[in-house]
Design a protein around this ligand. Structure first.
Ligand SMILES: *Cc1c(COP(=O)(O)O)cnc(C)c1O
Length: 332
């Protein structure tokens, strides 16, 4: 295995994260999905990160990072950039610790996500039309004001925090055959893969992303981190780059993830609709990709039992209603 980052985060880091975040983050249930199990012909269970207080798993990484800061760093505050859920998570973790937080974001971020972060007490700064431009502003605040950067993805503490999902899956489902994970910057799947591949090396780990603006997918194809244009998608939480100077998640995904599979907008909408109608869940597009891939039969051969990470529920409610009633405008 290459020594370029995939070995920089170990199972021990993930266990340390679990101890550190205890009390600040929920241990989420793994809920059977009878309808997806029927469709797949094997047992399918949903890992419900929708049940975190902020409505998404990112509270795990953010809490691990913020609880690791020393008192002087906490005093100077934290800054991040985000398409939404990481900003929300950083704001919530900061408020819990009584730390000031600034969240930089691009103009493409949806209003509901922005308001949610403001409601958590963080200061918002809008910069540019891509996450990369928002990132530049965050780095400027680190340089000028000594704030601590809470990177959305490429930080070992963030990755280890997200990886605690993998520990919980193994504990609840030791025989797990496949873990299906939404993929954007790769912090989520990277951390989960560290936990799963150490504890259950034969378990297949599959990353799912959208077929527009998939930075990690394009980077894997190119053999190095590349930039992509951000395109609006139902899976808006999967937008954003992986950073051209990516140090950890690119290597983790390259070395530990078995497959990366792409989904189109209609498949993502089908996943959201199915999880709502059959499983009673309100999930955002990014979180519906696992169900979408099972319904589209693109994970064959699928070895069960299958754990599907349902990563969040922070979707504009009017958009959601349009999707699940078949009234979403796909723009084509
Ligand atoms: C951030 C996010 C993802 C992707 O996580 P990465 O660590 O960037 O790969 C998936 N789903 C939701 C809901 C998210 O907020």
């Amino acid at each position: 295995m290459a020594d370029t980052g995939s070995s920089a985060i170990t199972l021990r880091d993930v266990y340390a994260a679990r101890d550190r975040i205890a009390g600040g983050v929920r241990r989420t249930p793994l809920m059977p999905s009878p309808s997806l199990s029927r469709h797949a012909g094997t047992e399918v269970l949903l890992k419900l990160e929708t049940m975190q207080d902020i409505g998404a798993f990112k509270i795990r990484g953010a809490t691990n990072k913020l609880r690791s800061l020393d008192p002087a760093q906490r005093e100077r505050g934290v800054v991040t950039y985000s398409t939404g859920n990481h900003g929300r998570a950083t704001a919530a973790a900061a408020r819990d610790l009584g730390v000031n937080a600034v969240v930089c974001m691009s103009e493409l971020v949806l209003d509901n996500k922005r308001r949610a972060i403001e409601d958590l007490g963080a200061e918002i700064r809008i910069r540019g039309r891509s996450q990369d431009e928002a990132a530049e502003e965050a780095h400027r605040l680190v340089g000028d004001q000594g704030m601590a950067l809470v990177d959305p993805i490429d930080d070992p503490l963030i990755i280890a925090g997200q990886g605690t999902i993998g520990l919980e899956i193994i504990e609840d489902l030791p025989a797990v055959g496949t873990v299906v994970v939404p993929l954007s910057g790769g912090g989520l799947i990277g951390g989960i893969a560290v936990a799963i591949k150490t504890a259950a090396p034969d378990c297949r780990v599959v990353g799912l992303t959208m077929d527009r603006g998939a930075a990690m997918y394009e980077s894997l194809k190119a053999g190095r981190p590349v930039a992509v244009d951000e395109v609006p998608s139902l899976a808006d939480s999967l937008g954003g780059g992986i950073g051209l100077t990516n140090r950890y998640t690119f290597a983790l995904v390259r070395d530990l993830v078995d497959d990366v599979v792409l989904l189109n907008e209609r498949q993502i909408a089908d996943g959201m609709t199915h999880l709502f109608r059959e499983d009673g869940l309100v999930v955002e597009g990014a979180a519906a990709v696992g169900a979408a891939a099972i319904l589209a039969d693109i994970l064959e051969p699928l070895r069960g039992p299958v754990a599907v990470v349902v990563s969040g529920r922070n979707v504009d409610r009017d958009d959601f209603i349009k999707v699940v009633t078949g009234n979403w405008d796909f723009g084509d």
